[in-house]
Every structure is written in C-alpha cells, then in structure tokens.
Design a protein around this ligand. Structure first.
Ligand code: ADP
Length: 448
C-alpha cells in the first residue's frame, strides 16, 4: 500500500481525498497556490508545498512544480481529483516515467477516452449504442452538410477534446451549421488546443444518465448503479441523484450492462464513469467515458455503500476488488446540490469574495463536502463550486424534503450562492414528479 499520496488539486475534492487517505492510514501532501494559502486542504494534509501563484496555469496545471513537490516529499502516488490535470494523458505519462503512481487509468486509456470522437468509433465497434453522427473529424463544410442531411437536423457540433460542457453548438439549419462549424473549431482550438470537431444528432429533451464503474487490474469490473444528471445549466450539472427517477428495472439493468461493456471494451482499470443520453422512449446512447472521479460521486457512494475514492486508491495500489457485483446492495435515494458562489439572479455571475457568516447543515442523512468556512475568501481564479450538499432518505420524495430542510439550514453570507435556486428546483412540480430532461433549467431561467 502507498505510504504517502500527493493531492494535485484544491477545494472540496482535495479534502475528500485527504479524508479517504487518513482512513486508509496513508500520509498526505497538499499542494497549493499562493491564493490558497489559507485553504482547509493545506491545514488537513500532513505536509504542504506551495507550487506557484494563483493562476491555475502557473500552479495546479503546472506539471514541473507538481512533480517536484512529489519528489521532494517522497510521495509515491498522485491523486489528480477532477478538473486540472485529471484527464491529461501527458501528465499521467510523466508520472509513469518518474515512477510516481498516477491514481487513475493508464495514459493510453486516458488518451483514447479523451478523444470523444475516437471513443465513439471504438464503442460502435463494440456494439454499444452511440448517437448517429460523423465517424471522425469534420474538416470541411461539405462534409458537415452531408452528414447533417443524412442524420437530419437539429445536430450538435462537439469538440473532440471538449469537456466541462464547453465546445458544443447546436444547429437547426444548414446556415446555422456552417456558421457554427467555424466558431466551434475556433473555440475548441482556443480552449482545448485542438480544432477537431465531430457531429451528432441533437437528441431532443434527453436525460443524462451515467453509470459508475470500478475495475481492478485483475479483470474484475463492477458497476455501482446509475446517476441522473439531467439538471444542468448550459451543459453543466447542478443537481444529481441516484437512482435515476422512473427508470424501468429492465432499462436500468441494460444501461448498467452497457456501462460494463464500455469499460471492458477499453480494458478499463480504476474508477470511471460511462455517460449516456436517454430519449423519452428510454433508448440510450453512449456519449463519453470520464476517466476520473466525478463531482457527483457521493450520491453513488451513499446508495451503493461503497467509498469510491478509497477503492480508486486501492485499485491504483494493485489490490483486487474485495467485493463482487452481487455484494452491492442498493438502498434508498440520494440527491446532491452543487453550491456555487454564483448569483442566480444575475445570470449566475461568479460571486467571489469573503464568506462573512458560515454555518453548514447537519442532522440525519446529511453530508456536506465543502472547503468553505467562516472568514474564507473565495479566490477569483478557480471554479465557483464551494461545496456539495448531499442527502439520503428512503424514497425520492423524502430525500427532496430532507434536501429542502438542509438548504434552509445552510447559512452562507457575504457572497451569493446557488442555494435559493436549488430551492426553486426542488419545489417544482415537474421535478418532484420525476418529469424532467436536460432542458429543465432553461424553463426556470431565461436561458436559451
Ligand atoms: P462534456 O464532456 O463537456 O461534459 P458531454 O458530451 O458529456 O460533454 O455532454 C454534456 C451535455 O451536453 C450532456 O449531458 C447533454 O446535456 C448535452 N449534450 C451532449 N450531446 C448531446 C446530443 N447529441 N444531444 C443533446 N444534448 C447533448
């Protein structure tokens, strides 16, 4: 087993990983930027190393600083969390060549899954349903028009290297397609360093359902059920839950089996997530595989009774999974709300600054994963998520009630947060009835 792990991340996920390490008896090294000097992850870790100024490019994304920090502290492994370097194949390769274990799949797997267009091709070959669309990179307008005419409008143009809900555009007509093609390529190039794009049929009113996978290096692959992540604003998740409401048991079984098939097809080893879109007739299609821990992993931990981060670390240490599929017993319903420092009344504008008053909710079935505290100053450099509120109850309606109660208890003053917006979602009759899709939020806001 590892004796010491460096966490190449910040915020709530750094805390989450430190907690798992402590319980496994592993020492931890925090890295931090100058803007995060007073962060909880620095306080909770056994050792800490400053890796540069506030800008992520000079700190959390700066590979040489992170590798040096691991070397001077004798960390044997690096946990990348999510975001930053978590899906950077080059970084994992450098770790491999420095004999530092990257906690995640091999660089080869990251590279293959990271090109979403290539991943589509591989899955088609394995008999996994994928959304009709192009077979690879779209280079010319003619190519784009030909494919769109074949599959029918609307279509969505997506950056092959895209992520985080960015680098996507919908086109309803030939004119909007030709316009969107060039702008998506330019945006993809600027954001992801590659202008490779592909085209998919735009699925109307889909749900986003994803399957959590654990796979060890001995060929044991299991799933921990599904999550519904349809509550999104501009393709970014805001609220997630498990199990997905209203899925017929046979559909649930099929989508989890498809998740296993995807993981086996790429010889996956680590914790990972297979994402699908589902139409209103319960047809589902593979969209991508995420090769890292995800923000929304706690809802699965709660209903499946498995600590996914501990398992991810054990798998990286070449341990065999200590349980089988039939040992996983799902119970109850879990919901997670992402608490972002954003102003929902002002187009979700980031609201950095100092938290003047902070009091987190508690009581039965409530979990708070957050690095926020009273007096904490939210730096302007990073993601606006300051925490996650997760609840468990026996049924979905009871879980909604519990979440409403916990949100009422959550006191955060000095900045704006998404708490009032979550209350709006939870009190909505369609949400409560489980009748929603990825367009739900735009019905509550004035978004396009
Ligand atoms: P990212 O890697 O940026 O998260 P995804 O490919 O996972 O991108 O898509 C993110 C979200 O965008 C999906 O959950 C869904 O809401 C929307 N989306 C993506 N592809 C389609 C599609 N073909 N039809 C409709 N919506 C889509």
């Amino acid at each position: 087993m590892f004796k010491k792990i460096l966490i190449a991340n910040r915020g709530e996920i750094a805390l989450r990983i430190i907690r798992a390490c402590k319980e496994l008896g592993i020492k931890t090294v925090a890295v931090y930027s100058e803007a995060d000097r007073d962060s909880l992850h620095v306080r909770y870790a056994d050792e800490d190393v400053c890796i540069g100024p506030g800008e992520a490019g000079k700190s959390y994304l700066h590979v040489p600083s992170i590798i040096s920090a691991a070397e001077i502290t004798d960390a044997e492994a690096i946990h990348p969390g999510y975001g930053f370097l978590a899906e950077n194949a080059h970084f994992s390769e450098i770790c491999e060549s420095c004999k530092i274990k990257f906690i995640g799949p091999s660089s080869d797997t990251i590279r293959k899954a990271g090109n979403k267009s290539m991943a589509r091709k591989v899955m088609m070959g394995a008999g996994v349903p994928v959304i009709p669309g192009s077979e690879g990179d779209i280079k010319t307008e003619e190519q784009a028009l030909e494919i769109a005419n074949k599959i029918g409008y609307p279509v969505i143009i997506k950056a092959a290297a895209g992520g985080g809900g960015k680098g996507m555009r919908i086109a309803h007509t030939e004119i909007s397609l030709t316009n969107a093609l060039m702008s998506t390529k330019a945006e993809a190039n600027a954001a992801f360093g590659s202008d490779e794009v592909y085209i998919e049929k735009y699925i109307e009113e889909p749900r986003h359902i994803e399957v959590q996978i654990l796979a060890d290096k001995f060929g044991n692959v299991i799933h921990l059920g599904e999550r519904d992540c349809s509550i999104q604003r501009r393709h970014q998740k805001l609220l997630e839950e498990s199990p997905a409401p209203g899925l017929p048991p046979d559909v649930r079984e099929k989508i989890c089996a498809a998740g296993l098939n995807v993981a086996r097809t790429v010889n996956y080893v680590s914790a990972g997530t297979v994402e699908f879109l589902m139409d209103k007739y319960f047809n589902f299609y593979f969209i991508e595989m995420n090769t890292r821990i995800q923000v929304e992993h706690p809802v699965t931990e709660i209903v499946a009774g498995v600590d996914i981060i501990k398992q991810q670390i054990l798998i990286a240490a070449d341990k065999k999974l200590s349980f089988k599929q039939e040992d996983i017993k799902f119970s109850g319903h879990s919901i997670e709300c992402r608490i972002n420092a954003e102003d929902p009344d002002n187009n979700f504008m980031p609201s950095p600054g100092q938290i003047t008053t902070y009091s987190a909710p508690g009581g039965p079935g409530v979990r708070v994963d957050s690095h926020a505290y009273q007096g904490y100053i939210i730096p302007p450099y990073y993601d606006s998520m300051i925490g996650k509120l997760i609840v468990k109850e026996n049924t979905r309606l009871e879980a909604i009630k519990r979440m409403e109660r916990a949100l009422d208890e959550y006191i955060i003053e000095g900045i704006k947060t998404t708490i009032p917006f979550h209350k709006k979602i939870l009190s909505n009759a369609s949400f409560q009835g489980g009748k929603f899709n990825t367009g739900f939020i735009s019905t509550l806001t004035n978004d396009e």
